[in-house]
Design a protein around this ligand. Structure first.
Ligand SMILES: *Cc1c(COP(=O)(O)O)cnc(C)c1O
Length: 398
Protein backbone atom coordinates (compact mmCIF):
# COMPACT_ATOMS: atom_id res chain seq x y z
CA UNK A 1 0.00 0.00 0.00
CA UNK A 2 1.15 3.53 -0.71
CA UNK A 3 -0.30 6.54 1.04
CA UNK A 4 1.33 9.17 -1.12
CA UNK A 5 -1.54 9.94 -3.47
CA UNK A 6 -3.24 13.25 -2.84
CA UNK A 7 -1.76 16.74 -3.15
CA UNK A 8 2.03 16.58 -3.16
CA UNK A 9 3.92 19.23 -1.20
CA UNK A 10 7.35 20.26 -2.46
CA UNK A 11 8.81 21.64 0.79
CA UNK A 12 12.20 22.59 -0.65
CA UNK A 13 13.71 26.09 -0.77
CA UNK A 14 12.77 26.75 -4.38
CA UNK A 15 11.11 26.18 -6.65
CA UNK A 16 8.33 26.82 -4.17
CA UNK A 17 4.66 25.87 -4.28
CA UNK A 18 2.83 27.59 -7.13
CA UNK A 19 -0.62 28.97 -6.25
CA UNK A 20 -3.55 27.77 -8.35
CA UNK A 21 -4.13 31.40 -9.33
CA UNK A 22 -0.63 31.57 -10.84
CA UNK A 23 -1.09 28.31 -12.75
CA UNK A 24 -4.52 29.35 -14.02
CA UNK A 25 -3.17 32.61 -15.36
CA UNK A 26 -0.41 30.79 -17.19
CA UNK A 27 -2.78 28.35 -18.85
CA UNK A 28 -3.63 30.27 -22.01
CA UNK A 29 -2.71 30.45 -25.67
CA UNK A 30 0.12 32.69 -26.82
CA UNK A 31 -0.68 36.39 -26.44
CA UNK A 32 0.10 39.31 -28.73
CA UNK A 33 3.55 40.59 -27.79
CA UNK A 34 3.32 43.88 -29.73
CA UNK A 35 0.34 45.60 -28.18
CA UNK A 36 -2.56 45.21 -25.79
CA UNK A 37 -2.97 43.29 -22.58
CA UNK A 38 0.52 41.86 -22.15
CA UNK A 39 2.17 45.24 -22.66
CA UNK A 40 -0.07 46.86 -20.05
CA UNK A 41 0.35 43.93 -17.68
CA UNK A 42 4.14 44.15 -17.88
CA UNK A 43 4.11 47.90 -17.25
CA UNK A 44 1.81 47.33 -14.27
CA UNK A 45 4.31 44.93 -12.67
CA UNK A 46 7.03 47.54 -12.23
CA UNK A 47 5.46 49.68 -9.46
CA UNK A 48 4.36 46.56 -7.59
CA UNK A 49 7.78 44.91 -7.84
CA UNK A 50 9.18 48.10 -6.33
CA UNK A 51 6.74 47.73 -3.45
CA UNK A 52 7.84 44.14 -2.87
CA UNK A 53 11.49 45.26 -2.75
CA UNK A 54 10.67 48.44 -0.79
CA UNK A 55 12.41 50.70 -3.26
CA UNK A 56 11.57 53.81 -5.25
CA UNK A 57 14.31 53.00 -7.74
CA UNK A 58 14.83 50.92 -10.85
CA UNK A 59 14.17 47.31 -11.77
CA UNK A 60 15.40 45.30 -14.75
CA UNK A 61 13.76 41.97 -15.55
CA UNK A 62 15.71 39.08 -17.09
CA UNK A 63 14.65 35.76 -18.55
CA UNK A 64 16.97 33.89 -16.21
CA UNK A 65 17.30 31.96 -12.98
CA UNK A 66 19.18 33.27 -9.96
CA UNK A 67 22.56 32.53 -11.49
CA UNK A 68 21.56 34.68 -14.46
CA UNK A 69 20.92 37.78 -12.35
CA UNK A 70 24.02 37.12 -10.30
CA UNK A 71 25.88 37.67 -13.58
CA UNK A 72 23.59 40.45 -14.83
CA UNK A 73 24.10 42.54 -11.70
CA UNK A 74 27.88 42.13 -11.78
CA UNK A 75 28.10 42.81 -15.52
CA UNK A 76 26.60 46.28 -15.09
CA UNK A 77 28.95 47.62 -12.43
CA UNK A 78 32.21 45.64 -12.51
CA UNK A 79 34.99 45.24 -15.01
CA UNK A 80 37.72 42.66 -15.34
CA UNK A 81 40.40 43.35 -12.74
CA UNK A 82 38.04 45.04 -10.24
CA UNK A 83 37.87 43.71 -6.67
CA UNK A 84 34.79 42.78 -4.63
CA UNK A 85 34.47 41.89 -0.97
CA UNK A 86 32.41 38.75 -0.35
CA UNK A 87 31.27 37.86 3.17
CA UNK A 88 30.21 34.21 2.81
CA UNK A 89 27.79 32.49 5.18
CA UNK A 90 27.12 29.38 3.13
CA UNK A 91 27.23 27.87 -0.34
CA UNK A 92 25.38 30.70 -2.09
CA UNK A 93 27.83 33.38 -1.01
CA UNK A 94 30.59 31.30 -2.58
CA UNK A 95 28.42 30.76 -5.67
CA UNK A 96 28.09 34.48 -6.39
CA UNK A 97 31.86 34.87 -5.89
CA UNK A 98 32.49 32.10 -8.43
CA UNK A 99 30.43 33.96 -11.04
CA UNK A 100 32.40 37.14 -10.26
CA UNK A 101 35.73 35.32 -10.72
CA UNK A 102 34.52 33.88 -14.03
CA UNK A 103 34.10 37.51 -15.20
CA UNK A 104 37.68 38.32 -14.21
CA UNK A 105 36.69 40.09 -11.00
CA UNK A 106 38.97 39.52 -8.00
CA UNK A 107 37.14 38.30 -4.91
CA UNK A 108 38.30 39.10 -1.42
CA UNK A 109 36.53 36.41 0.61
CA UNK A 110 35.70 36.62 4.30
CA UNK A 111 34.26 33.25 5.25
CA UNK A 112 32.01 33.22 8.31
CA UNK A 113 31.40 29.48 8.10
CA UNK A 114 28.06 27.74 7.65
CA UNK A 115 26.27 28.42 10.92
CA UNK A 116 26.64 32.12 11.70
CA UNK A 117 25.82 35.46 10.11
CA UNK A 118 28.53 37.79 8.89
CA UNK A 119 30.06 40.12 11.47
CA UNK A 120 29.61 43.76 10.34
CA UNK A 121 32.39 44.93 12.71
CA UNK A 122 34.88 42.57 11.08
CA UNK A 123 33.78 43.72 7.62
CA UNK A 124 34.09 47.34 8.73
CA UNK A 125 37.72 46.62 9.64
CA UNK A 126 38.38 45.09 6.20
CA UNK A 127 36.83 48.13 4.50
CA UNK A 128 38.86 50.50 6.69
CA UNK A 129 42.07 48.78 5.64
CA UNK A 130 41.17 49.29 1.97
CA UNK A 131 42.47 52.87 2.00
CA UNK A 132 42.85 52.94 -1.81
CA UNK A 133 39.21 51.89 -2.28
CA UNK A 134 40.13 48.92 -4.44
CA UNK A 135 36.92 47.19 -3.32
CA UNK A 136 34.23 48.28 -5.78
CA UNK A 137 31.33 46.32 -4.30
CA UNK A 138 30.35 44.11 -1.38
CA UNK A 139 28.43 41.01 -2.49
CA UNK A 140 26.26 40.07 0.46
CA UNK A 141 23.77 37.22 0.70
CA UNK A 142 20.70 38.28 2.68
CA UNK A 143 19.61 34.69 3.31
CA UNK A 144 22.00 31.92 2.45
CA UNK A 145 19.72 29.11 1.34
CA UNK A 146 22.20 26.35 2.14
CA UNK A 147 22.84 27.30 5.77
CA UNK A 148 19.56 29.10 6.49
CA UNK A 149 21.56 32.06 7.85
CA UNK A 150 19.89 35.49 7.78
CA UNK A 151 22.30 38.43 7.52
CA UNK A 152 21.83 42.00 8.72
CA UNK A 153 22.02 44.23 5.64
CA UNK A 154 21.33 47.47 7.53
CA UNK A 155 24.32 46.77 9.80
CA UNK A 156 26.52 46.16 6.76
CA UNK A 157 25.36 49.50 5.32
CA UNK A 158 26.25 51.14 8.64
CA UNK A 159 29.73 49.58 8.44
CA UNK A 160 30.23 51.00 4.95
CA UNK A 161 29.02 54.42 6.07
CA UNK A 162 31.18 54.40 9.20
CA UNK A 163 34.28 54.01 7.05
CA UNK A 164 33.09 56.36 4.30
CA UNK A 165 33.86 53.56 1.84
CA UNK A 166 32.22 54.16 -1.57
CA UNK A 167 31.78 50.46 -2.52
CA UNK A 168 28.35 49.44 -3.76
CA UNK A 169 26.30 47.29 -1.41
CA UNK A 170 24.88 44.44 -3.49
CA UNK A 171 22.40 42.01 -1.92
CA UNK A 172 21.30 38.53 -2.97
CA UNK A 173 17.63 38.32 -1.93
CA UNK A 174 16.79 35.37 -4.17
CA UNK A 175 15.68 33.27 -1.18
CA UNK A 176 14.43 36.02 1.08
CA UNK A 177 12.35 38.38 -1.08
CA UNK A 178 8.70 38.03 -0.12
CA UNK A 179 9.60 35.93 2.96
CA UNK A 180 12.03 37.73 5.26
CA UNK A 181 11.68 41.47 5.83
CA UNK A 182 13.79 43.36 3.33
CA UNK A 183 13.88 47.16 2.93
CA UNK A 184 16.08 48.06 -0.02
CA UNK A 185 16.01 51.87 0.28
CA UNK A 186 15.78 52.16 4.06
CA UNK A 187 18.71 49.77 4.46
CA UNK A 188 20.81 51.53 1.82
CA UNK A 189 21.18 48.58 -0.54
CA UNK A 190 22.43 49.77 -3.94
CA UNK A 191 21.80 46.65 -6.03
CA UNK A 192 19.55 43.69 -5.22
CA UNK A 193 18.93 40.46 -7.12
CA UNK A 194 15.86 38.23 -6.85
CA UNK A 195 14.18 35.46 -8.84
CA UNK A 196 10.64 34.29 -9.51
CA UNK A 197 10.69 30.79 -8.05
CA UNK A 198 10.98 31.34 -4.33
CA UNK A 199 8.98 33.93 -2.36
CA UNK A 200 7.49 35.16 -5.63
CA UNK A 201 5.67 31.84 -6.17
CA UNK A 202 6.16 31.73 -9.96
CA UNK A 203 8.04 29.02 -11.91
CA UNK A 204 11.81 29.51 -12.37
CA UNK A 205 12.57 31.57 -15.44
CA UNK A 206 12.33 35.27 -14.65
CA UNK A 207 14.63 37.16 -12.34
CA UNK A 208 15.24 40.74 -11.30
CA UNK A 209 17.98 43.27 -10.69
CA UNK A 210 16.89 46.27 -8.62
CA UNK A 211 19.32 49.19 -8.58
CA UNK A 212 19.44 52.75 -7.29
CA UNK A 213 20.82 55.94 -8.81
CA UNK A 214 24.27 55.44 -7.31
CA UNK A 215 24.54 52.07 -9.08
CA UNK A 216 23.13 53.58 -12.27
CA UNK A 217 25.93 56.16 -12.15
CA UNK A 218 28.54 53.40 -11.80
CA UNK A 219 26.97 51.69 -14.84
CA UNK A 220 27.21 54.92 -16.86
CA UNK A 221 30.95 55.09 -16.21
CA UNK A 222 31.58 51.52 -17.36
CA UNK A 223 33.76 51.24 -20.46
CA UNK A 224 31.66 48.38 -21.85
CA UNK A 225 28.60 46.33 -20.83
CA UNK A 226 27.18 43.43 -22.85
CA UNK A 227 24.14 44.62 -24.79
CA UNK A 228 22.18 41.68 -23.40
CA UNK A 229 23.03 42.17 -19.71
CA UNK A 230 22.83 45.97 -19.83
CA UNK A 231 20.09 47.08 -17.45
CA UNK A 232 19.70 50.61 -18.90
CA UNK A 233 17.07 49.94 -21.57
CA UNK A 234 15.46 47.12 -19.58
CA UNK A 235 14.66 49.55 -16.78
CA UNK A 236 13.39 52.28 -19.12
CA UNK A 237 11.88 50.51 -22.14
CA UNK A 238 9.80 52.08 -24.87
CA UNK A 239 8.68 48.76 -26.33
CA UNK A 240 7.88 45.44 -24.66
CA UNK A 241 10.87 43.67 -26.22
CA UNK A 242 13.22 46.20 -24.63
CA UNK A 243 12.31 44.96 -21.17
CA UNK A 244 13.78 41.61 -22.11
CA UNK A 245 16.19 42.34 -24.99
CA UNK A 246 14.03 40.05 -27.10
CA UNK A 247 10.83 38.05 -26.80
CA UNK A 248 8.93 38.52 -23.56
CA UNK A 249 8.53 35.56 -21.16
CA UNK A 250 4.82 35.70 -21.98
CA UNK A 251 3.34 33.12 -19.62
CA UNK A 252 5.68 33.88 -16.76
CA UNK A 253 4.44 37.46 -16.85
CA UNK A 254 0.83 36.35 -16.44
CA UNK A 255 1.82 34.06 -13.59
CA UNK A 256 3.94 36.72 -11.94
CA UNK A 257 1.10 39.24 -12.17
CA UNK A 258 -1.16 36.84 -10.25
CA UNK A 259 1.54 36.15 -7.66
CA UNK A 260 2.32 39.83 -7.11
CA UNK A 261 -1.43 40.54 -6.83
CA UNK A 262 -1.53 38.04 -3.98
CA UNK A 263 1.38 39.79 -2.23
CA UNK A 264 -0.24 43.20 -2.72
CA UNK A 265 -3.61 41.99 -1.43
CA UNK A 266 -2.01 40.50 1.66
CA UNK A 267 0.38 43.44 2.22
CA UNK A 268 4.13 42.99 2.70
CA UNK A 269 3.97 43.43 6.49
CA UNK A 270 1.43 40.61 6.68
CA UNK A 271 3.42 38.44 4.27
CA UNK A 272 6.47 38.77 6.52
CA UNK A 273 4.42 38.20 9.68
CA UNK A 274 2.93 35.00 8.22
CA UNK A 275 6.38 33.69 7.30
CA UNK A 276 7.66 34.59 10.76
CA UNK A 277 4.89 32.74 12.60
CA UNK A 278 5.12 29.64 10.42
CA UNK A 279 8.92 29.58 10.72
CA UNK A 280 8.69 29.79 14.51
CA UNK A 281 6.26 26.88 14.54
CA UNK A 282 8.75 24.80 12.55
CA UNK A 283 11.59 25.75 14.90
CA UNK A 284 9.78 24.77 18.10
CA UNK A 285 8.91 21.41 16.54
CA UNK A 286 12.56 20.88 15.60
CA UNK A 287 13.66 21.89 19.12
CA UNK A 288 11.26 19.31 20.60
CA UNK A 289 12.45 16.50 18.31
CA UNK A 290 16.04 17.44 19.09
CA UNK A 291 15.48 17.03 22.84
CA UNK A 292 15.50 13.26 22.45
CA UNK A 293 17.65 12.59 19.40
CA UNK A 294 20.26 13.76 16.91
CA UNK A 295 18.27 16.54 15.16
CA UNK A 296 19.77 20.04 15.51
CA UNK A 297 18.95 23.37 13.89
CA UNK A 298 21.93 24.54 11.87
CA UNK A 299 21.66 28.12 13.15
CA UNK A 300 21.46 28.21 16.95
CA UNK A 301 20.19 31.79 17.42
CA UNK A 302 16.65 32.34 16.04
CA UNK A 303 17.54 36.00 15.40
CA UNK A 304 19.97 34.83 12.73
CA UNK A 305 17.63 32.32 11.07
CA UNK A 306 15.77 32.90 7.83
CA UNK A 307 11.96 32.78 7.73
CA UNK A 308 12.18 31.20 4.26
CA UNK A 309 14.27 28.09 4.82
CA UNK A 310 15.48 26.04 7.78
CA UNK A 311 18.62 23.96 7.55
CA UNK A 312 18.88 20.95 9.85
CA UNK A 313 21.48 18.37 10.78
CA UNK A 314 20.39 14.86 11.68
CA UNK A 315 23.45 12.84 10.67
CA UNK A 316 23.84 9.54 8.86
CA UNK A 317 22.10 7.28 8.14
CA UNK A 318 19.07 9.28 9.20
CA UNK A 319 19.06 12.12 6.67
CA UNK A 320 18.35 10.05 3.55
CA UNK A 321 15.98 7.77 5.49
CA UNK A 322 13.90 10.68 6.65
CA UNK A 323 13.66 12.41 3.28
CA UNK A 324 12.90 9.19 1.43
CA UNK A 325 10.19 8.22 3.89
CA UNK A 326 8.34 11.55 3.76
CA UNK A 327 8.47 11.63 -0.05
CA UNK A 328 7.43 8.04 -0.65
CA UNK A 329 4.85 7.70 2.08
CA UNK A 330 3.51 11.12 2.94
CA UNK A 331 3.71 13.19 -0.25
CA UNK A 332 6.21 15.69 1.20
CA UNK A 333 9.54 16.33 -0.51
CA UNK A 334 12.15 17.87 1.80
CA UNK A 335 15.25 19.70 0.60
CA UNK A 336 18.66 18.03 0.53
CA UNK A 337 21.63 19.46 2.37
CA UNK A 338 23.66 21.76 0.14
CA UNK A 339 27.36 22.42 0.60
CA UNK A 340 27.18 20.95 4.10
CA UNK A 341 29.77 18.20 3.66
CA UNK A 342 31.68 17.04 6.73
CA UNK A 343 34.65 14.72 7.28
CA UNK A 344 32.53 11.63 7.92
CA UNK A 345 29.76 12.76 5.54
CA UNK A 346 31.42 13.99 2.34
CA UNK A 347 28.11 14.53 0.53
CA UNK A 348 26.39 16.29 3.41
CA UNK A 349 23.57 13.75 3.40
CA UNK A 350 23.15 14.05 7.15
CA UNK A 351 21.65 17.49 6.48
CA UNK A 352 18.26 18.42 5.10
CA UNK A 353 16.26 21.59 4.63
CA UNK A 354 12.65 22.59 5.00
CA UNK A 355 11.58 25.23 2.50
CA UNK A 356 8.85 27.43 3.97
CA UNK A 357 8.68 30.19 1.41
CA UNK A 358 5.83 31.72 -0.48
CA UNK A 359 2.41 30.12 -0.83
CA UNK A 360 2.23 28.56 2.60
CA UNK A 361 -0.26 28.32 5.45
CA UNK A 362 -0.61 26.48 8.78
CA UNK A 363 -2.17 23.32 7.39
CA UNK A 364 0.75 22.90 4.99
CA UNK A 365 3.30 23.50 7.73
CA UNK A 366 1.53 21.15 10.15
CA UNK A 367 1.27 18.59 7.33
CA UNK A 368 4.99 18.75 6.63
CA UNK A 369 5.81 18.58 10.34
CA UNK A 370 3.38 15.67 10.72
CA UNK A 371 5.11 13.85 7.87
CA UNK A 372 8.50 14.34 9.52
CA UNK A 373 7.10 13.11 12.84
CA UNK A 374 5.75 9.97 11.11
CA UNK A 375 9.12 9.39 9.45
CA UNK A 376 10.89 9.56 12.82
CA UNK A 377 8.58 6.85 14.09
CA UNK A 378 8.50 4.67 10.96
CA UNK A 379 12.28 4.72 10.58
CA UNK A 380 12.88 4.47 14.34
CA UNK A 381 14.98 7.62 14.42
CA UNK A 382 15.51 8.78 18.02
CA UNK A 383 13.55 11.97 18.71
CA UNK A 384 11.89 13.95 21.47
CA UNK A 385 8.11 14.14 21.85
CA UNK A 386 5.65 17.02 21.76
CA UNK A 387 6.85 18.58 18.50
CA UNK A 388 3.44 18.84 16.85
CA UNK A 389 1.75 20.11 20.00
CA UNK A 390 4.42 22.78 20.36
CA UNK A 391 4.07 23.91 16.73
CA UNK A 392 0.29 23.95 17.02
CA UNK A 393 0.52 26.11 20.15
CA UNK A 394 2.78 28.66 18.44
CA UNK A 395 0.39 29.04 15.52
CA UNK A 396 -2.68 29.14 17.77
CA UNK A 397 -1.11 31.94 19.83
CA UNK A 398 -0.73 33.89 16.57
C1 LIG B 1 18.12 29.83 -5.24
C2 LIG B 1 19.20 30.79 -4.92
C3 LIG B 1 20.18 31.16 -5.86
C4 LIG B 1 20.29 30.51 -7.21
O1 LIG B 1 19.15 30.60 -7.96
P1 LIG B 1 19.01 29.66 -9.25
O2 LIG B 1 17.67 30.06 -9.75
O3 LIG B 1 19.08 28.26 -8.77
O4 LIG B 1 20.09 29.99 -10.18
C5 LIG B 1 21.10 32.11 -5.50
N1 LIG B 1 21.09 32.68 -4.29
C6 LIG B 1 20.19 32.35 -3.35
C7 LIG B 1 20.24 33.01 -2.03
C8 LIG B 1 19.23 31.39 -3.65
O5 LIG B 1 18.33 31.05 -2.71
Amino acid sequence: MSLRNGQHYLAIPGPSVMPEAVLREMHRSAPNIYEGELVDLTDSLIPDLRKVARTQHHVAIYIANGHGVWEAALANVLSEGDTVLVPATGRFGHGWAEIARSLGVKTQMVDFGRQSPFDPAQLEQVLREDTEHKIKAVLATHVDTSSGVLNDMAALRAALDATGHPALLMADCIASLGCDRFEMDAWGVDVMVAASQKGLMTPPGVAFVFFNDKAAEVRRKMARVSAYWDWTKRAAPEYLYEYFTGTAPTHHLYGLRAAVDMLMDEGMENVWARHDLLARAIWVACDAWGQGGPLTLNVADPAHRSRAVTSLRIGLPYGPKLRTWTEQNAGVTLGIGLGMFEKDDPKGQGFFRIGHMGHLNPQMVMGALGAIDMAFKAEEIPHGSGALEAASAVIAAG
